[in-house]
Design a binder for this molecule. Structure first.
Ligand code: MEV
Length: 441
C-alpha cells in the first residue's frame, strides 16, 4: 500500500496528481486509465446523466475536486477526495492530518445506521391512552415496517424500535409523534424511511382514532452518530514563532469559548463543516441533511455549542474529539449515479456507510484542528492571503503564467484587491511585452 504522506504534492502538475491518485489502491492499468478519464477526461458527469438526475437541466456546475493527504485512520492510510470551492480547506486538512499522524493517526467509531422516521398524529382525544395502545402494538407495527423493504431486512437491517412522544403543548394543542427507528445499513435511507412512515400511517390512525399529518424522516439523526479522536504530541505543534505548549494551550482556550458561546460555536462548527461537507459532496451524499443534523445536534442541550472538544492529557499532549450525526450512504442516490462520486468512494476504500461516516468525522476534526491552530497562532489571514490573492488575480483575467507575478506583488504590497490586481497585471504585461503596449497606445 502506498502511503498517503506525500510531500510537495501541490507542486506536481494537475495531470501528475491525477495519475498518482488513479493508482491509489493498486488497480490494474485499465482501471487507473479509466479513473483518470473520470477525474479529468470525458467520463465524468455528462449532460445525459445529469438530465436523468434532476429536473429542467440546462448544464453542469463544476467544483474543484482535490485530495487531502497524510490521513491515517484506524491504522489505515486514507486518501480523502474533497469537493470544495474555498481555498485553504484541502491544504488545512492535509496539514492537520500530518500533525495527527505524529500521534498515531485518528481513531474512529460509530453507532449503527439507525434513522428516525416521524409520524405526527393530530386530533387525538386521549393522547396518553393512544400512546399506550401504540406501544402495546410495537411488534405489529415493527413487522408492518419490515414488510415495506424485505431487501434491507434480508441484509440484516430494518425496524429496530418504536417510540411515542406526547407533545402536550403545541400551538394547536396536544399531539403525538411516533418515532420509528430503522437501521438503513449502507443506504442513507431517506426513501426507505419515508415509505415506511407512509405505510404505517393508516394503522396508526385506526389505533389512536386520530389523524396522521406528517410522515417523514428526521434529519436529527442522533441514533446514527460517528465519532473521531486524535492525539497530537505537544512538540509536533512547535512553529518557528510559537512553542507547541503555547499552541496547545491556545487551541484549548479557543475551544473553551466555542463550548459556551453560540456566536463562536457557529463559526467553530462551520470550520468543522468545511471538511465534512467537502467529503460529503465529493461522495455524492446529501450535504443539506448533514448540515441540518449537525446543527440540530449541536443545539440538543438547549444551547447551541461546539461539536468538538479539545483538552490535554496528563503528558500535556493535545487531544481532540468530535461526535456528530452522519447520515451518509454508499449505495443508492448520487453516489452510484455520479461517476466522480462513485470514484471518490472507491478511492476512500470504505466498505460500509459507517466506515464512510467515520472518515468524514475524522476529516471534520482535522479541519477544526487546522483552523484552531491558525487562530491560536498567526491568525487565519496570513495563510489565506496567498490563496485569496491567487483567486483575485485569476478573477481580473490573469493567465496561469501571469498569476505568480501578480500574487507576489500584491502580497509584497500588503494589498490584495481587484483594483491592485488589475493595475499590477497591466504593468506586468507592459514589462513583459513593451512593444505590444506601445502598439496598443
Ligand atoms: C473559515 O472558513 C472557517 C473558520 O472561520 C473556522 C473557525 O473560525 O474555527 C476559520
Amino acid at each position: 500500500m502506498i502511503s498517503s504522506r506525500v510531500s510537495g504534492f501541490y507542486r506536481w502538475s494537475l495531470g501528475e496528481r491525477a495519475r498518482w491518485v488513479a493508482r491509489w489502491g493498486g488497480p490494474s492499468d485499465g482501471v487507473a486509465a479509466e479513473r483518470v478519464n473520470i477525474l479529468c477526461g470525458p467520463n465524468g458527469l455528462d449532460l445525459t446523466r445529469a438530465d436523468q438526475m434532476v429536473e429542467n437541466v440546462i448544464g453542469l456546475h463544476g467544483l474543484p475536486l482535490g485530495v487531502a493527504l497524510n490521513f491515517v485512520i484506524n491504522g489505515r492510510d486514507v486518501l480523502v477526495p474533497m469537493a470544495v470551492e474555498e481555498p485553504s480547506v484541502i491544504a488545512g486538512a492535509s496539514f492537520a492530518a500530518r500533525l495527527v499522524r505524529e500521534g498515531g493517526g485518528f481513531q474512529t467509531d460509530s453507532s449503527d445506521s439507525e434513522m428516525i422516521g416521524q409520524i405526527q398524529v393530530i386530533d387525538v382525544v386521549d393522547v396518553w391512552s393512544a400512546r399506550f395502545k401504540l406501544l402495546s402494538a410495537r411488534e405489529e407495527l415493527l413487522q408492518c415496517a419490515n414488510e415495506c423493504d424485505p431487501v434491507i431486512v434480508g441484509l440484516g437491517g430494518g425496524a429496530r424500535d418504536l417510540e411515542v412522544r406526547v407533545l402536550e403543548s403545541t400551538p394547536i394543542g396536544a399531539m403525538l409523534v411516533v418515532h420509528l427507528v430503522f437501521d438503513c445499513l449502507d443506504a442513507m435511507g431517506a426513501n426507505t424511511v419515508n415509505t415506511v412512515c407512509e405505510a404505517l400511517a393508516p394503522r396508526i390512525e385506526e389505533m389512536t382514532g386520530g389523524r396522521v399529518g406528517l410522515r417523514i424522516l428526521s434529519n436529527l439523526a442522533d441514533r446514527r452518530l460517528a465519532r473521531a479522536r486524535c492525539m497530537i504530541p505537544v512538540e509536533a505543534l512547535d512553529t518557528d514563532d510559537f512553542a507547541g505548549e503555547q499552541v496547545a494551550r491556545g487551541i484549548v482556550e479557543a475551544w473553551a469559548l466555542a463550548s459556551v458561546d453560540p456566536y463562536r460555536a457557529a463559526t467553530h462548527n462551520k470550520g468543522i463543516m468545511n471538511g465534512v461537507d467537502a467529503v460529503v459532496v465529493a461522495t455524492g451524499n446529501d450535504w443539506r441533511a448533514i448540515e441540518a443534523g449537525a446543527h440540530a445536534y449541536a443545539a440538543q442541550s438547549g444551547r447551541y455549542c461546539s461539536l468538538s472538544a479539545w483538552e490535554r492529557d496528563n503528558q500535556g499532549n493535545l487531544i481532540g474529539t468530535l461526535e456528530m450525526p452522519m447520515a451518509v450512504g454508499i449505495v443508492g442516490g448520487a453516489t452510484r449515479v455520479h461517476p466522480v462520486a462513485g470514484l471518490a468512494v472507491e478511492l476512500l476504500g470504505v466498505q460500509s456507510a459507517r466506515e464512510l461516516a467515520e472518515v468524514i468525522v475524522a476529516v471534520g476534526l482535522a479541519q477544526n484542528l487546522a483552523a484552531l491552530r491558525a487562530l491560536a497562532t498567526e491568525g487565519i489571514q496570513r495563510g489565506h492571503m496567498r490563496l485569496h490573492a491567487r483567486q483575485v488575480a485569476l478573477a481580473v483575467g490573469a493567465a496561469e503564467h501571469e498569476v505568480a507575478s501578480v500574487v507576489e506583488r500584491m502580497i509584497a504590497e500588503g494589498h490584495v484587491r481587484p483594483d491592485r490586481a488589475e493595475a499590477i497585471l497591466a504593468e506586468h504585461r507592459r514589462e513583459v511585452n513593451p512593444g505590444s503596449h506601445q502598439r496598443g497606445q
